[in-house]
Write a protein that binds this ligand. Sequence first.
Ligand SMILES: [Fe+2]
Length: 259
Amino acid sequence: MRRIGRRTRRKIFFIEKNKEVYEGNIRIIAKFAKYFAFCEVSHRITRYIFNKKYNPLISYFPLSMIHTLPILSYALDGLEPYISKETLEHHYGKHHKAYVDNLNNLIPGTEFENKTLEEIIETAPAGPIFNNAAQVWNHTFYWESLTPQGNIIEGMNIGELILEQWDSLETFKKAFNDVAMKTFGSGWAWLVKKPDGSLDIVSTSNAGTPLTTDNTPLLTCDVWEHAYYIDYRNRRAEYLEKFWNLVDWEKVEERYNGI
Ligand SMILES: [Fe+2]
């Protein structure tokens, strides 16, 4: 029988002595392994449920696109004396903002949650999502149609086109104002570019918008009462007359040219 050396005996002695410690460590490692496996499985299940949008925690982790209130290119008192700071505080700061907030509250969990504003308007059925999306877009378009003190149309291509169709700028303004005045209840008056390049004046009710037609919007005037009631009470005609002092014809020209 082969004699075991001193070094080997010391190794065996050491292993025997620490056997319980080794086994204990293995048990601890096994527990950690089970724990990590549990975590991984839990993580995968949570992700699956989260992706299926059944998890109530989804409201704390919004995955949908967030629509925001646009920043105006002028101060809230920048449109005075024709449209007051108080009107902008309410019209922009409360009404327009409410449409943005409503839309952000309506779309999570729907097919519209990751669509752009324009995509929502073009695809949503009649109802709250379309109404709020269209009102967000219409108002942004309205604010961008205006500039403090306005600017002159003379010398612009859009001016020439208006003269060709309406003979004079005053005749065009009167025609636009007539459409705006005849818009029953709440709505919008628009100057649009038709597919053949000619111009037209159209009216939309409530949240209606030319985006859902073949026409390209160039200019709009908001004729909801909230747009003018603080400054003009129920005198829509007076509001429309003052509106022309604020029109940004450079922007209208850009829109016509597709810029
Ligand atoms: Fe409005």
